[in-house]
Design a binder for this molecule. Structure first.
Ligand SMILES: [Zn+2]
Length: 190
């Protein structure tokens, strides 16, 4: 059976949820190659003190390592929020085949909202962009997180956890959410 976009997006939503529980803005990403998940990642900016540790970047890096190639023409990236200019730049650089995202980001989105970096004839690669898969769930997760944050609680509310689809795809063996290569913080160095 051919798996559908919303099933892969459910896995990305689970990764986003995990990030939210860890105090990160809840954004998750999954990369699929020939119908199989080859990378799962979530936002880790706070944990890694890394401005580039967006879910999409970590997923692209993990997929490249797993497939043994930086060229990801045959891959589809599923992400819960429209990618920013940095991540769209990385996707174009990776020659990514297709991007699927859940909800738009009117303040930073570079696939449709502010720029169309996936479809710019001045760049050397174009990719297919699909939006709106699990839009409501992704948007509820983000707005619930920020509402909790404003209330002084940096966590994802339980009600949102329960409302997320539970029958998501099983994560393949050895494919836990990517831990990034952590360097020791500068104050811990000898
Ligand atoms: Zn980004």
């Amino acid at each position: 059976m051919l798996r559908q976009d919303h099933e892969f997006m459910d896995v990305a939503l689970q990764a986003a949820l995990q990030a939210g529980r860890a105090g990160e803005v809840p954004i998750g990403a999954v990369i699929v190659h020939e119908g199989e998940i080859v990378a799962i990642a979530a936002n880790r900016r706070e944990q890694d003190h890394d401005p580039t540790a967006h879910a999409e970047i970590l997923a692209l890096q993990a997929a490249g390592r797993r497939l043994g190639s930086w060229r990801l023409n045959e891959c589809t990236l599923f992400v819960t929020l429209e990618p920013c200019p940095m991540c769209m730049g990385a996707a174009v650089g990776a020659r990514l085949g297709r991007l699927v995202f859940a909800c738009r980001d009117p303040k930073a989105g570079a696939a449709i909202s502010l720029y169309e970096l996936g479809n710019d004839p001045r760049l050397n690669h174009r990719l297919i962009v699909t939006e709106g898969v699990r839009r409501q769930q992704a948007s509820d997760l983000l707005s619930g997180f920020f509402a909790a944050l404003r209330a002084g609680d940096r966590a994802v509310p339980d009600t949102l956890v329960e409302s997320l689809a539970t029958e998501s795809l099983a994560v393949p063996e050895g494919l836990a959410v990517t831990e990034s290569r952590a360097l020791p913080p500068i104050q811990d160095r000898p």
